[in-house]
Design a binder for this molecule. Structure first.
Ligand code: ADQ
Length: 465
């Protein structure tokens, strides 16, 4: 069996016993690494001064080596905060208005990808299979190829791939497309993202599909497919069933005083549609004044990317928005929106999902959205809640028992909240069962195995050159 080499911006390090941190992706990829042995490489989280050489640390746990590279502050500002999070993230989420393109930051992005390649090459063995994750590292395969690496290299994009009209606003879109074609397998979250990718190739006459999962572009064939990421479904269901034991969940239930709970859980990111959700909740309260005191929205939103200006602006906007709705609609013994920036443990999160009659997942665009899946996995089979889900989340392509909304349509989302709250038990159970069966079959282990199986069979266009 070939060794697996995983590369991602950050590395989820295991605890002292070698157990991976919680989180579906970390657990599934660690399971694959444990079986084959290998390397997980990424940024250490440390920055050094401009004049110092950046350090490289290797930690060994059983058959896995964790290789952690430091970056300079300039690397971090240009590669991560700059090009990745202020250019690629907004453009790939169709937010051209928020993209701040700067050539210097782009140079930093390619420089860090070169650094990763230089550091990885001496560790590689001829049979290693390399799996690169996400938009921070699109040029990595091209940099490895330039250094003579002929191994199988796969790439998985966790965020959406935009339509050609949007992508072409990125000044270096041709380089990004060519770099992606250096992989043996390019994986996307949904068919829609894959179609957008092929549509970009077709628009520029650079290539096209030759069959369902093979693309011919820039003079060679490579595999491209949709691999919708899953969660640890059974584990979430198990945690949620025991969740009553978590004191925070009991305290929450008690403090609701009989009021029904709706839940939103998101990294504080403008792609998640948090303000649109608050607007819809307010619209619902205005239309249904008899619900005052009878319905509470818990919005859990840990701060994210606080070094990026657009995120700081958004934090202030959401705080002000919650305050305004609470001031206008709250009473002395009821606060309509409970807004918390805390990170919660998985047992607590699963318990809160289970307590909530409605899960509100309203992104304006999202690669997948794992919260939607976690909400379903956490429900009580005898009395499940209802998922209200944006049609712009990748998860909408799979979770066909949700109540779908367009988050830009405030009236529709407000009506969906009412519909979810009033839905009869038999309909809730039937919808939930359908989604849960799908999630049990298509969990994160399945995702990981199908990607790696297809990578092992992908056409190898670099082997002969
Ligand atoms: P994210 O944009 O981070 O991921 P998402 O898929 O929703 O979005 O995953 C968030 C994860 O963080 C979930 O597992 C959730 O439970 C957890 N989380 C959120 N708030 C939390 C809190 N307060 N405390 C503890 N945990 C919390 C990117 C893409 C997504 C894609 C994933 C995986 O943007 O579209 O689904 O990668 O591919």
């Amino acid at each position: 069996m070939s060794r697996l080499v995983v590369v991602s911006n950050r590395v989820p390090l295991p605890d002292e016993n070698g157990n991976p941190p919680p989180g579906g992706l970390a657990v599934a990829v660690h399971a694959a690494l444990r079986e084959s042995g290998g390397i997980w490489m990424g940024w250490s989280g440390k920055t050094t001064g401009e004049e110092e050489p950046t350090g490289l640390t290797t930690l060994e746990h059983g058959k896995i080596s964790y290789v952690l590279t430091d970056l300079t502050q300039a690397d971090l500002d240009e590669y991560y905060n700059g090009f990745a999070n202020r250019v690629l993230w907004p453009i790939f989420h169709c937010r051209l208005d928020l993209a701040e393109y700067a050539r210097q930051e782009m140079a930093g992005y390619f420089r860090v990808n070169r650094l990763f390649a230089e550091r990885l090459v001496p560790m590689l063995e001829p049979d290693d299979v390399i799996w690169v994750h996400d938009y921070h590292l699109i040029p990595l395969a091209a940099e490895l190829r330039k250094r003579g690496v002929k191994n199988r290299i796969g790439f998985f994009l966790h965020i959406p791939w935009p339509p050609a009209d949007i992508l072409t606003a990125l000044p270096v879109y041709e380089i990004i497309m060519r770099d992606l074609a250096e992989y043996d397998l390019a994986g996307f979250q949904t068919d829609y993202d894959l179609d957008n990718f092929v549509g970009c190739l077709r628009r520029e006459k650079w290539g096209d599909r030759t069959d369902k999962n093979t693309v011919h572009a820039f003079g060679h064939d490579f595999a491209a497919g949709a691999y919708p990421i899953g969660i640890e479904t059974a584990e979430f269901a198990r945690l949620a069933e025991k969740a009553g034991e978590a004191s925070m969940v009991g305290e929450m239930e008690q403090s609701l005083n009989g009021s029904a709970l709706m839940i939103g859980v998101d990294r504080l990111d403008y792609s998640k549609g948090i303000s649109h959700r608050i607007d819809a909740f307010e619209r619902y309260l205005t239309r249904n004044p008899e619900m005052a005191g009878k319905l509470t929205l818990l919005q859990v939103a840990p701060h994210s990317r606080s070094d990026v200006k657009e995120y700081l602006d958004m934090q202030a906007q959401v705080e002000a928005h919650c305050g305004r709705v609470n001031g206008a609609h709250g009473t002395i013994d009821w606060v309509p929106i409970r807004y918390v920036n805390q990170s919660l443990t998985r047992p607590v999160l699963s318990g809160l999902y289970r307590l909530a009659k409605v899960g509100l997942v309203t992104p304006l665009r999202d690669g997948m959205n794992l919260v939607a899946k976690e909400y379903i996995a956490s429900q009580d089979p005898e009395d499940p809640g209802v998922l209200v889900l944006s049609r712009f989340a990748g998860a909408a392509r799979e979770l066909d028992g949700a109540v779908f909304i367009n988050p830009y349509d405030t009236d529709q989302t407000a009506a969906a909240i009412g519909r979810a709250l009033e839905m009869p038990l038999d309909e809730r159970m039937a919808r939930w069962r359908r989604m849960m069966d799908h999630l049990l079959k298509n969990d994160v282990g399945h995702w990981c195995r199908s990607f790696l199986d297809d990578l092992s069979e992908a056409p190898l266009h670099h082997a002969a050159t």
